[in-house]
Design a protein around this ligand. Sequence first.
Ligand code: SAH
Length: 474
Amino acid sequence: MDYLPLFFKLTKQNVLLVGGGNVALRKARLLCRSGADVTVISHHVCEELQQLLDENNGLSITGEYHAGLLEGKILTIAATDDDDLNERVHYDSVERNIPVNVVDNPKLCTFVFPAIVDRSPVVIGISSGGSAPVLARLLRARLETWIPKSYGKLASIANHFRDRVKAKFSTVDQRRIFWENVLQGQIAEKVFTGREAEATQLIEEKIAHEDPDHQTGEVYLVGGGPGDPELLTFKALRLMQQADIVLYDALVSEAVLDLCRRDADLVFVGKKRDNHTVPQEGINELLVKHAQLGKRVVRLKGGDPFIFGRGGEELETLKANNIPFQVVPGITAASACSTYSGIPLTHRNYAQSVKFVTGQLKNRTTDLNFDELVHPNQTVVFYMGLHTLPTLSQKLIEHGKPGDTPAAIVSRGTSADQKVLTGTLETLSSLQEQAQLPAPALIIVGEVVSLHENLSWFGDEVIAQNLSPVKAEH
Ligand code: SAH
């Protein structure tokens, strides 16, 4: 580390700024924002700079720089285009142990200005040590979009309660857990959505009622999307990065899992077909147990947690145990597979509605209402239907859906090995018998499937061409 980042209190401190042009103006703005008393020395001071100084208790001296001006100053900035002068300012300052910055000349700087993300009182400084200021600025732009604007408000609210929290929670660990919960949980979310009064009220209650030895954590039920990490929401990512423990399903991709906080415990609780690793009740209990230990628990599910995800049941258990929770939507397989295969789920000419249906059939008999699924002008999407495809197709045809209705399987949607197999209700099962596309896979039935040929964009293989469609016998 070539520079140690420090934050300098400049309120009412005397700073010398050598130079009176635009570059000096930019530095003067920063100095004034931090409350410094700025003295500018230059042969000419531009109008805007003069105005800024007038408004901020500053002073401008028209004339020649001399070392005597450094008397009583605690920082010096040289912002002139005269190299000799800049060098003199540097040496004079160093001789007097005054930190000095010569703009755009890292060699003559004993301190540098970082790129700043200002969420006062929270301030982030990013520095490349003068070697690549543009890189630091690009990084700043990223942080600007990532850090909620109201972070500063959150800090002010926290400050307001600081002493009272210290009085109630006597150990550093108790306070850490308290503040982590406040600053990352439900209360912070309230501030971010502009409900500060509610947030303040919740902190009051937390201080009044919380048992310092048994602080309750929180559960985030997060939709991890179909696999491609770029399809996560910002909120999912933020919560994943503050997890103490992550309970995840088989459908959550490695790439998504990689984005969880480095030191979070990752626990697989996935279910594969006919092979239940942790029964649902066990998962519900685990969520409650870890939250009661004061942890921030992320329950990470493939796709969307409220679409064939049993998310509702998990929340009911949490609710019954008074555990606070948040739910973050994810991109569900139907959305992901449809967009990535170029099969719109609705279309003015082909489908005015879409149904998401489970293809899992209990005891090989079906509790689906097939009469409803055969209506024209609708798209039917089957989740978990790969193994029951022959039965599903047969039943749809029996109930009146034309056998030549286009149908597709989208396998491992959005991943690099996504594959799409298209055929008709009559042919799709036999095509799949030959193609053996792997799970997870989604089945789309309806006229919209015919658009795939034209709208496919994600570079998946066209598989059906090499297979011989055999009409199923019904
Ligand atoms: N909650 C999930 C669905 C869980 S049910 C969601 O909203 O997407 C599991 C079924 O989802 C699988 O059997 C499969 O039909 C479908 N599925 C999930 N991810 C998929 C993917 N990447 N590609 C194709 N189908 C997928």
